[in-house]
Write a protein that binds this ligand. Structure first.
Ligand code: GLN
Length: 344
């Protein structure tokens, strides 16, 4: 049975973007409803190309929302930790944007969609930009290569400290996931070498890939992801700790690239359904950002063919619609009494 959400209740508050999240009670109700509705969906497969990820239970399912006023809400497996994987990419991009300026990053990485899978070699060969954008592996490894730091360890420390500020707590690496991916990382190393040959990598290829692999192995909970997303929604200030992590200008650029390419070759479908910038990762996390309102995060390991969490996409759509977050949803303007609409 689904949680009790009558049609009347669905109509209770606006389901278009109105400048704030609904009441706490309503956010909690909708999270519970989304969890009930989709927890029995069994489509998709847990990623196994990184052996350590294959051990995740397909039943894990957690949902969280964090608002820009610092409220957080979570249901389901909200304490389960998992490696952040590709959901790290926009945050590392944000750190690099802040350090180098968004125009420099546009020149060195690119901000267009590839329309191809996240680990595509073809995308590098087909496009003059080579890296294309910071959210596919090629562009992400190149972005990590631009992180401030003279040595691989300095870069890694910069990434870990930066992502911890986004989450509002000290994060740490999952050593098993890191060892597992590092031992099976030939494709990403090949991508890095190829970018080096095109002059589109800015650090030693093996070291850049290693720091990238570590960044993907950082452990998070679904609540961490919601707070990280809410920081991008809040002009770069973490709404729980009050600490400025990146500039408001950086957030604007990061969200634009997320809107273009956050769900890889499914980015158009995602935008069509959800109408918000989002980012997925192969361990089963997805973040969705409602600028000026907050972050929504989902965790469920079974993925579709493009590597995006099946339950996560369903829950994100439900929450985007019923929390009134879709950026493209509007309603006719209510004119003040006595004002008549202009003639057509
Ligand atoms: N670490 C993973 C990889 O490089 C991240 C990919 C993802 O989450 N889509 O293959």
């Amino acid at each position: 049975m689904h949680a009790d959400l009558s049609d009347d209740e669905k109509d209770h508050e606006p389901v278009i973007s109105t400048g704030d999240l609904p009441s706490g009670e309503r956010v909690r109700l909708l999270l519970t409803e989304a969890h009930e509705r989709y927890r029995t969906v069994t489509d998709g497969h847990v990623a196994d190309y990184i052996p350590a990820l294959a051990a995740a239970s397909p039943d894990l399912f957690g949902l969280a929302v964090a608002g820009v006023r610092g409220r957080t809400f979570a249901v389901g497996d909200s304490d389960a930790t998992f490696s952040i994987q590709s959901v790290s990419k926009p945050f590392v991009f944000a750190l690099v944007c802040d350090a180098l300026g968004h125009d420099e990053v546009r020149k060195r990485i690119g901000v267009n969609a590839t329309g191809l899978p996240f680990n595509s070699i073809m995308a590098i060969e087909l496009n003059d930009d080579r890296t294309m954008n910071p959210l596919v592996n090629a562009g992400a490894i190149a972005t990590t290569s631009l992180i401030p730091g003279a040595t691989a360890d300095e870069k890694w420390q910069h990434v870990l400290a930066g992502l911890s500020r986004f989450a509002g707590r000290q994060l740490s690496i999952d050593e098993d996931v890191y060892a597992s991916e590092a031992a099976n990382n030939m494709r990403n190393q090949g991508v890095a070498r190829l970018l080096e040959s095109y002059g589109r990598l800015y650090f030693d290829p093996l070291d850049a890939t290693d720091v990238y692999t570590k960044q993907c192995s950082i452990d998070v909970t679904v609540t961490d992801l919601a707070v990280m997303g809410a920081t991008l929604a809040d002009g770069g200030v973490n709404p729980v700790t009050g600490v400025r992590v990146v500039s408001a200008d950086t957030c604007k650029r990061v969200l634009a690239v997320l809107a273009t390419a956050g769900l890889y070759e499914q980015s158009g479908e995602w935008m069509y359904d959800i109408g918000l910038p989002g980012k997925s990762g192969v361990s089963g996390g997805i973040i969705t950002i409602a600028p000026g309102k907050g972050g929504v995060a989902t965790y469920s390991p079974p993925l579709d063919e493009a590597g995006n969490s099946v339950r996560g996409q369903l829950a994100s759509k439900f929450l985007s619609d019923l929390l009134g977050l879709n950026l493209f949803a509007s309603a006719p303007a209510i004119l003040p009494a006595g004002v008549t609409p202009l003639p057509a």
